[in-house]
Design a binder for this molecule. Sequence first.
Ligand SMILES: [Zn+2]
Ligand SMILES: [Zn+2]
Ligand SMILES: [Zn+2]
Ligand SMILES: [Zn+2]
Ligand SMILES: [Zn+2]
Ligand SMILES: [Zn+2]
Length: 190
Amino acid sequence: MAANFQHFLHDHPLELTAIRPPTAETCCSACQAPLVSGRHYYSCKTCAFYLHRPCFNLTQLIHHPVDPDHNLNLVLLQSSDCKACRQQGSGLFYNCSVCQVNYHCLCMLVPLTKQHASHPHELMFKFSSPYGKDGFGCDLCDKPAPDQWLYRCDDCQFDVHLSCSFTPRVQSNGALAIPADYAPSAPVVP
Ligand SMILES: [Zn+2]
Ligand SMILES: [Zn+2]
Ligand SMILES: [Zn+2]
Ligand SMILES: [Zn+2]
Ligand SMILES: [Zn+2]
Ligand SMILES: [Zn+2]
């Protein structure tokens, strides 16, 4: 008998399984990225609700440098805008009820520095555009960005979207790709 697990945002019992996901497109209900064949994941015994193991373990309440005065709460939403990457999505978000903003659960876990194959220098994480309200132009996809989170090399004025910095980039369904360094037990710290 498989053991039952309960997630505080879902009513039904879940089981931890490594059986092949129903389809190749079956996505995690938290981050909307596909389940990875061969890896353990949580599956609802009643409905189509799935969670990657790291997504199941996301902390319910976090303190994050983007909003030092408030705690952020994990919530499940059908559709929301993410203040970090400015993309629509569904699934798990960190919510600030005071500021009334949401952040993708994955966006809250980005590392503060990052090496990217397209650039020789280490990129630094920034909460806002160095050019203020004008936003910035992404040097990877050449698209303009409103003021949002980014990675930047100050010396070269090299700016990239958060989503473009992940490999692979945003997937066809709009979900962020899970970064290789995805580790929910270690959220970014100031
Ligand atoms: Zn997930
Ligand atoms: Zn269910
Ligand atoms: Zn986001
Ligand atoms: Zn707040
Ligand atoms: Zn870009
Ligand atoms: Zn540089």
